[in-house]
Design a protein around this ligand. Structure first.
Ligand SMILES: *Cc1c(COP(=O)(O)O)cnc(C)c1O
Length: 386
């Protein structure tokens, strides 16, 4: 609470640092306690503190859920054990015979969920280039119920116009779901652009330290929230108390980390662009990038994810072997810079012809820029490419 603040609403950075409640109401503890318990004592018949069993309610999880909700400008947030568990919950809002339009360039695990888990259950999907509004409109069918977009997309950094897609969706009564993992609410708030549901891999920038897995959903739609909560407690992929605390801890520095890693990313993108062994750089923050203008309109930053193509495929193995400061590992969004080979890692599941069509070629590498000294990162890339 802040009596003096504009509209009595705290600004982003303050909410990130303080969390929702700001302290433990029971003890005053500034670090929100880890309520590491499976269950809660009842005083007597029909008596409850409001907490019964940690799969249903847990104070630490509730604190991180409401913190993420506040940061996204949402009324409700739900914490899952992983990002894919959160996406799974969302797909379960639909039933056999429903059809969902899904961004064609997206996290490989999301691709796998739609194609390998839910298609056999009768939930249909079409992978569409959601940066092409005509393509979106042309793929809406009688039974289409939702549009699922990841923007900027993984790994090609394509930017979908969230507001324009919301307009198309509203006209047809479709829900819009946005995977906001890459930009986080610090840079992009899809609900304020009209989206119905935001989903996160909290493993990435929200957690920020490559030390745990988490997933979040945020929404302002009460009916959706209730359905998701029911699914959450019934199927059980809930965020543990300790992981909730790690997320609260990580979120305290979200704004600082996002600023620093973006600052580093801009410099690295410029460096890569000029490097003779680099064919092409995909970074939303480059003014010549296709998504640059839309990004400026709908987000307050470009993030810290860069993909690039080397000219010679032999350089891929060389770079991955030679990097010393940057680590060759899957995942993204942590304080440590990581380099990934989408072809065999994040996008291993995607069929070769689709990968080729998207541009996920054998020469493509993806870089998650951390908060190290940027000169060390650039020198590392220079050495590895050299
Ligand atoms: C990593 C990732 C996911 C999946 O999250 P997990 O926490 O690994 O389950 C979903 N979407 C995007 C954009 C991701 O990067």
């Amino acid at each position: 609470m802040c009596g003096e603040c504009e509209k009595n609403v705290l600004r982003f950075e303050t909410t990130a640092v303080h969390g929702d409640k700001g302290f433990d109401p029971l003890t005053g503890s500034i670090s929100f306690p880890i309520y590491q318990t499976a269950t809660f004592k009842h005083g007597g018949l029909n008596e409850s503190t409001g907490y019964d069993y940690s799969r249903l309610q847990n104070p630490t999880r509730e604190e991180v859920e409401s913190t993420v909700a506040k940061l996204e400008g949402a009324k409700w947030g739900i914490g899952f054990s992983t990002g894919v568990a959160a996406i799974t919950a969302i797909i379960n809002l639909f039933k056999a015979g429903d059809h969902i339009i899904v961004s064609d360039d997206l996290y490989g695990g999301t691709f796998r969920l739609f194609r390998d888990i839910y298609e056999p259950f009768g939930i249909q999907h079409t992978f569409v280039d959601t940066t092409d509004l005509k393509d979106v409109i042309n793929n809406i069918k009688e039974n289409t119920k939702a549009i699922f977009i990841e923007t900027p997309s993984n790994p090609m950094m394509k930017v979908a116009d969230i507001k324009a897609i919301v307009e198309i969706a509203k006209e047809k009564g479709l829900k819009v779901i946005v995977d906001n993992t890459f930009l986080t609410p610090y840079f992009q708030k899809p609900l304020s652009l009209g989206a119905d549901i935001v989903v996160h891999s909290g493993t990435k920038f929200l957690g920020g330290h490559n030390d745990t897995l988490a997933g979040f959903i945020a929404t302002n739609d009460e009916e959706i929230d209730e359905k998701l909560r029911f699914y959450h407690k019934s199927t059980g992929a809930t965020l543990s108390p300790f992981d909730s605390w790690l997320l609260l801890r990580g979120i305290k520095t979200l704004h600082i980390r996002m600023e620093k890693s973006q600052e580093n990313a801009i410099k690295i993108a410029e460096f890569l662009k000029k490097h003779p062994k680099i064919e092409e750089v995909f970074y939303v923050g480059l003014p010549e990038s296709k998504g640059y203008e839309i990004s400026k309109k709908q987000a307050t930053g470009f993030g810290a994810m860069i993909s690039f193509k080397v000219k010679n495929v032999e350089d891929v193995a060389k770079v991955l072997k030679k990097v010393k400061v940057i680590t060759f590992a899957e995942s993204l969004g942590g304080v440590e810079s990581l380099i990934t080979y989408p072809q065999t890692q994040t996008h291993a599941e995607v069929p070769d012809e689709i990968k080729e069509k998207l541009g996920v070629t054998k020469t493509l590498l993806r870089l998650s820029v951390g908060i190290e000294n940027v000169n060390d990162l650039i020198e590392d890339l220079e050495y590895a490419l050299g």
